[in-house]
Design a protein around this ligand. Structure first.
Ligand SMILES: Nc1ncnc2c1ncn2[C@@H]1O[C@H](COP(=O)(O)OP(=O)(O)OP(=O)(O)O)[C@@H](O)[C@H]1O
Length: 339
């Protein structure tokens, strides 16, 4: 049974954490809310967006606010799977030394692991990461390293496509959300980021998070409690199933999308994993809004992030995915009657 008082206290902590993160990383409120939801539904996240828009700052802030460790690695063509597990070097006495690599060096304390530019890493490296994400453990140095509290964030460089290895459809499906992080829209915030020196020094920004606001070790249990406590009505169930069907056969709705033949658009819609992930995330959303049941607005909050990387488009449209998917998913939302 979920403990309602415990859930209430946990929500206050989660909202306090969100407030602090929004003070450190400005103009990214939507992304911050989605990351908060992902952390509480224990889902890994793909990040899509620009370079130097505050992704590392955002993730380091979350890790610090959770009191856990932050790990990071850069994807590159010559990165090998073992580079995640160990690094070898020669010390001042000429002796070889082997250190644990970024994936395992923080062990069980890892709360957030950031794989920057995952599409620059070869498929072997991506596979190791996917296995670590699914099992939250890896084998190295003849033993098992576990990181039961880790949530992985993987960024895809969407601008440069030279020498890249795009994630396969099955690999993308392993991520709860794909979240877009781009330049803040508000002019005043953009100016602040450029001209206020406070935003030029990440370490100084992070110093403003003085103590953990939540314990990363509580999140696995909290997730179970939230999933038990939040109710999904039969009407919402029907609504979700209609959305699911529409991702497979959008031509059954009367959608009009510019320059697109809707009958030819989709090769495959969302998976079972994708739809259940969306529902889990919507429940967390309802909990953050102090409700014990899911409303259509919770589904709407997570719809884009949960499904945008899970619908497979025909090759003729795949190259315009970034533009088409937001239009397509908004059209689904607008055409399916809400309960
Ligand atoms: N929205 C924001 N709020 C606060 N600081 C920001 C924001 N956007 C960018 N910055 C500042 O810009 C600089 C670059 O940020 P950061 O390294 O986090 O970006 P990034 O997206 O991880 O970059 P890269 O793509 O190169 O890895 C930092 O000094 C950071 O403080």
């Amino acid at each position: 049974m979920a403990d309602l008082q415990q859930l209430e206290t946990a929500r206050e902590h989660a909202l306090a954490m969100e407030k602090v993160v929004n003070q450190v990383v400005v103009g990214q409120e939507k992304a911050v809310r989605l990351i908060l939801i992902a952390l509480h539904s224990r889902g890994h996240v793909l990040l899509e967006g620009g370079v130097g828009v505050g992704k590392t700052t955002l993730l380091r802030t979350f890790a610090k606010a959770l009191g856990g460790a932050f790990g990071r690695i850069e994807g590159s063509v010559d990165l090998m799977p073992n580079d995640l597990l160990y690094s070898a070097w020669v010390n001042a006495d000429g002796k070889p030394v082997i250190d644990p690599g970024p994936l395992i060096s923080k062990g069980e304390e890892t709360a957030v692991f950031f794989f920057n530019e995952i599409n620059r890493a070869r498929p072997q490296v991506q596979s190791l990461l996917l296995r670590a994400m699914a099992e939250r453990s890896v084998d190295a140095f003849g033993k098992e390293f576990r990181f039961p509290h880790m949530v992985v964030f993987a960024d895809r460089n969407a601008v440069e496509k030279e020498e890249t290895f795009e994630l396969s459809a099955a690999a993308r499906d392993r991520f709860l959300f794909e979240i877009n992080i781009s330049r803040p829209e508000e002019d005043a915030i953009r100016r602040k980021l450029i001209f206020d020196p406070a935003f030029h020094d990440v370490d100084a920004l992070l110093d403003s998070v003085t103590e953990p606001l939540l314990d990363y070790r509580d999140l696995n249990e909290l997730d179970k409690q939230i999933q038990q406590a939040i109710f999904v009505s039969p009407e919402i169930e029907n609504y979700v199933v209609r959305i699911w069907d529409a991702t497979w056969q959008p031509e059954k709705l009367d959608l009009q999308l510019p320059d697109i033949f809707v009958e030819d658009l989709v090769v495959a819609g969302a998976s079972v994993r994708g739809m259940s992930a969306m529902v889990r995330a919507a429940k967390v959303c309802a909990w953050l809004e102090s409700r014990d049941h899911v409303l259509p607005e919770d589904i709407h909050t997570v719809l884009q992030a949960a499904l945008t990387h899970r619908v497979f488009l025909s090759p003729v449209y795949e190259g315009r995915r970034e533009k088409i998917m937001p239009l397509f998913l908004s059209a689904l939302r607008d055409h399916i009657p809400t309960p």
